[in-house]
Write a new protein. Sequence first.
Length: 399
Amino acid sequence: MDALNKKTIEDIDVKGKRVLARCDFNVPLKDGVITNDKRIVAALPTIKYLMENGAKVILCSHLGRPKGEYKPEFSLAPVAAKLSEYLGVEVKLAEDENVVGENAKKMAAELEEGEVMLLENVRYRAEETKNEENFSKELASLADVFVNDAFGTAHRAHCSTTGVAAYLPAVCGYLIQKEIEFMGGALANPKRPLVAILGGAKVSDKIGVISNLIDKCDTIIIGGGMAYTFMKYLGHSIGDSLLEADWIEKAGEMMADAEAKGVNFLIPIDNKVGREYDENTEAMVVNSDEIPEGWMGLDIGPASQDLFVDAIKGAGTVIWNGPMGVSEWKNFEGGTVAVANAVAESGAISIIGGGDSVAAVTKLGFADKMSHISTGGGASLEFLEGKELPGIAALQDKD
């Protein structure tokens, strides 16, 4: 898949055309109020471009998991209100329980150039997640062009992400374009050295990513709970640290593969360990081969921080997915803070992918120092694994 060669909204003429734009408005709600509107803000450049270029804009998205039936608490009404506020025009919600109903059809037919409407939650329809043809056709019947700008769901083959692309000319919006340019560019033609930092709890979640990156990286840094499976392979005593016993051999194979390909493969040399999995547990720093029985690794130690920071300093491109320890706890955030700081100061092109590392750099105040923070957790992981994302594959290629 050459994701870098996909048509964008700037490659087609949208004037006077009804444009169905799939956005990611899956925002957190509390008592019907949006508690974080980042995803709405992220969609605005694409929506504004379409409005300014005379498109008749029909927006659609999912919200939560209504499981294929109409449930008022999953309505996109709060999103329509927030969009109206940001865009300075009324964004009408087509209040159809079946999404493409009489209201939606009438509203779409009457849209003027530059006007914007929003369909109800596409997951009110059971067909959506099964990618069934009838609902894809209904969505397509409202429009002349399809724009996908929802990277967060690009790894799902649903009616509103891929199905509709079979019936309309399909291009990407600015958000997906940015994801493709940063992540695709970093994998296809990185500024070197390329350093990948992989953390998080489980090796099994990141096997595909590590395997794919060994062929592309100069240095791979492993932290977080998954590092203990690698230590166990080396024969270290890891106490009560997190271990995926089924993956010990695979961890060893990956280390051998990295060595054979001349990739610098770094795992922690010391750890901050605690007696129990608790924020206020008794803690101490020990070498990686000396974790006592009854203790568990909860963060990388200071020597590991120095080792990792040194490796990051000279990087041309950094891809980071997953924290170095239990970064949501003040007592065990040191490793993640040190790495975030090093990435921010490295001057490298920095790409942060996946939910936990995004949350960590945002909470620690480093977000504005990163070149690109991915909007899709699962999608960014699959992209880094080298998998084809259906929502991007379905878009038209540039000539």
